[in-house]
Design a protein around this ligand. Structure first.
Ligand SMILES: NC(=O)C1=CN([C@@H]2O[C@H](COP(=O)(O)OP(=O)(O)OC[C@H]3O[C@@H](n4cnc5c(N)ncnc54)[C@H](O)[C@@H]3O)[C@@H](O)[C@H]2O)C=CC1
Ligand SMILES: CC(C)CC(=O)C(=O)O
Ligand SMILES: [Mg+2]
Length: 368
């Protein structure tokens, strides 16, 4: 199959982790006889520096024509003093909005060899396998007005949603639950926020269409607690943009590192932007220390969700498992008696593992 992939490295560790994932995609293409072509474009701080805007027009038009988009991360202290509308993060928010990527799927599943890498007790982490379905193009990150007022003595941000925006993400979450364990937890703050009360109404209406799914409501503060005390309780979590952003970083603790969590930002027709959950990690950028596995696993999600290449995606996930099982890990992970490798070495090991054709283990056994 022929597929055209747009790569948006972005800032900080973004270029390192996207380079790593691109290498693994090239291995997939070789192994399975596909032809993947790549086109790189700027976004975020790099685009501000070179083109004066965090989201250049040519980046948008290339993404619109792509079969799949792979993004690293944006932002960093260099651009922190810019006004809000000029910041690197606006580039990422902008591309999600312009492409209509309303559903952010963040699977949280620990690899077995990393069971002890989490600071949580192994018996708490073991068996956790959840999916956060985060609304991605509405809510506080997009609401207007968002501004300083009264000579800087006041400030306002706006949390706005249309009923339609809620309905489509809630539908997506019910459908995700149907192909998993039929358990949906809708997370909100309905005791305080009007938007959350509408969100609950939408979930209540939609549940009539999915009678096989067991659905419940949970307040976000309680959900945050339960995620680290009883993560095995959850199957699919659906929530609005900011709550999903925060809960997914928290959930990464289950997997041992933020550097392990992949994500897919998708719309109904299958186009997707695939991006690690983490940010640009300026504290380790340029040191070849970053864990590339979140981005490599995001590339596997691209193969599965946008290209319908399930066997190829399985192959990547099995290779990640094998390499971790052989106790190779990057600096963010702690594997007892393991060998620490750099980010680029880790990526090389994944490709080598795939080329060795020794990743025949049942994928179901990869996860804790
Ligand atoms: N999707 C995106 O582009 C995102 C961008 N950001 C931006 O990134 C910048 C830094 O934000 P932070 O709050 O520091 O969040 P961050 O996610 O970049 O880093 C948080 C911590 O996790 C570590 N970390 C993150 N990814 C890692 C990886 N792959 N391997 C090893 N360690 C990893 C970092 O070293 C840091 O200690 C900010 O400018 C922020 O706006 C933050 C989150 C998401
Ligand atoms: C620009 C931010 C909203 C990025 C982020 O933290 C995320 O999407 O997880
Ligand atoms: Mg985030």
């Amino acid at each position: 199959m022929e597929k055209h992939i747009v790569v948006l490295p972005g800032d900080g560790i973004g270029p390192e982790v996207t380079k790593a994932a691109k290498g693994v995609l090239e291995t997939v293409a070789e192994q399975f006889g596909h032809r993947f072509t790549f086109e790189t474009h700027e976004i975020g701080g790099a685009a501000i520096d070179n083109q004066g805007t965090p989201l250049p027009e040519d980046t948008i038009s290339a993404c619109k024509k792509a079969d799949g988009i792979l993004l690293g991360a944006v932002g960093g202290p260099k651009w922190d003093s810019l006004p809000g509308h000029m910041r690197p993060e606006k580039g990422l928010l902008g591309i999600r909005k312009q492409l209509g990527l309303f559903a952010n799927l963040r699977p949280v599943k620990g690899f077995k060899p990393l069971l002890h890498a989490s600071p949580l007790k192994p018996e708490v982490v073991e068996g956790s396998d959840l999916l956060i379905v985060r609304e991605l193009t509405g809510g506080l990150y997009f609401g207007e007005p968002s501004e300083r007022r009264n000579n800087g003595k006041e400030v306002v941000d706006t949390l706005a949603y249309s009923r339609y925006e809620m309905e489509r993400i809630v539908d997506k979450a019910f459908q995700s639950a149907q192909v998993r364990r039929n358990h949906l937890t809708s997370v909100d703050k309905a005791n305080v926020l009007e938007s959350s009360r509408m969100w609950r109404e939408v979930v209540e209406e939609k549940k009539q269409d999915y009678p096989d799914v067991n659905v419940e409501h949970m307040l976000v503060d309680a959900a945050a607690m339960k995620l680290v005390t009883n993560p095995g309780y959850f199957d699919v979590i659906v929530t609005e943009n900011m709550f999903g952003d925060i809960l997914s970083d928290e959930a990464s603790v289950l997997t041992g590192s933020l550097g392990m969590l992949p994500s897919a930002s998708i719309r109904q027709d299958g186009l997707g932007l695939y991006e690690p959950v983490h940010g640009s990690a300026p504290d380790i950028a340029g040191e070849d220390k970053a864990n590339p596995l979140a981005t490599i696993l995001s590339a596997a999600m691209m193969l599965r969700h946008s290209f319908n290449m399930n066997e190829e995606a399985d192959e990547i996930e099995a290779a990640v498992h094998s390499v971790l099982n052989n106790k190779y890990h990057t600096a963010d992970l702690d594997i007892n008696g393991g060998s620490q490798v750099s980010g680029s070495e880790m990526a090389k090991k994944i490709s080598e593992q795939m080329n060795s054709h020794d990743t025949t283990e049942n994928i179901m056994r990869c996860y804790a």
